[in-house]
Design a protein around this ligand. Structure first.
Ligand code: ZN
Length: 238
């Protein structure tokens, strides 16, 4: 209850505003699936599209990619004198306006680092990634129906993807898994039938067996089976 009151008193973040608006809730759901869990979030090395300007899809802040930062750092050497001037002012305790600071003027130009997720064309600033994560965490704690549904759906997707992305299964087996996933999504409690669970169990066993075979072939995970030990045991026998 204390947590609830605390959250109510806080000023709403942009992502919370978008989430509360029915028209943009679908978009927020897309972001939840694209940016969570956090391993999906990566810095943008280079913007794939050729758009001249990139903005955070949530707050509208200007964004920059890593390649541009490198290019501008290389170019900024021409203005090294300005950097020395700024250092001198900093040391003397003289204020330098934000937009006149070397880093802002020549490198970031007021933009912040761009981040992106999986299966999305959106880009976010770091603050909005954090706000999105916080909103989902609070939603889980508060029992927000939609957020819980999205998170559970994400868990199911990850579970089924471990099958459908496995090189150990053939196209027919993957199709079988996809059909089961479709059935589960439509089922009232999103539960698989006993028969389907058995099928998944068998496929999982197949995947594990194939994985074990591969490790035997490459000799991975068998650190003690060196040629020496084999020779010694042969001698003992003879
Ligand atoms: Zn943002």
């Amino acid at each position: 209850m204390y947590l609830y009151l605390f959250n109510m008193a806080d000023k709403k973040t942009k992502i919370e505003e978008l989430y509360e608006n029915e028209k943009s809730r679908g978009f927020v759901n897309h972001l939840i699936h694209a940016y969570l869990p956090l391993y999906k979030v990566t810095k943008v090395w280079v913007f794939e599209d050729k758009k001249p300007v990139h903005k955070c899809s949530i707050c509208g802040q200007n964004l920059i990619d890593i390649e541009t930062v490198f290019q501008r750092v290389a170019k900024s050497k021409e203005f090294a004198g300005e950097f020395v001037d700024q250092l001198r002012k900093d040391l003397d305790g003289k204020p330098v306006k934000y937009e006149d600071r070397f880093m802002v003027k020549h490198i970031t130009q007021g933009a912040v680092m761009a981040w992106t997720g999986e299966k999305t064309t959106t880009h976010l600033c770091q603050q909005c990634v954090q706000d999105l994560l916080n909103m989902v965490q609070t939603g889980i704690i508060m029992g927000d129906k939609n957020i819980n549904y999205q998170v559970n759906k994400m868990r199911r997707n990850t579970f089924f993807e471990s099958f459908t992305s496995s090189p150990s299964l053939n196209p027919t087996e993957i199709k079988v898994v996809e059909n089961i996933q479709e059935k589960v999504e439509k089922a009232p409690q999103h539960k698989a039938t006993f028969g389907d669970l058995e099928v998944l169990q068998q496929l999982k066993k197949k995947m594990e067996d194939e994985e074990a075979k591969k490790q035997l072939k490459t000799g991975e995970n068998i650190p003690f089976e060196s040629s020496k030990t084999v020779k010694i045991s042969k001698k003992e026998k003879s």
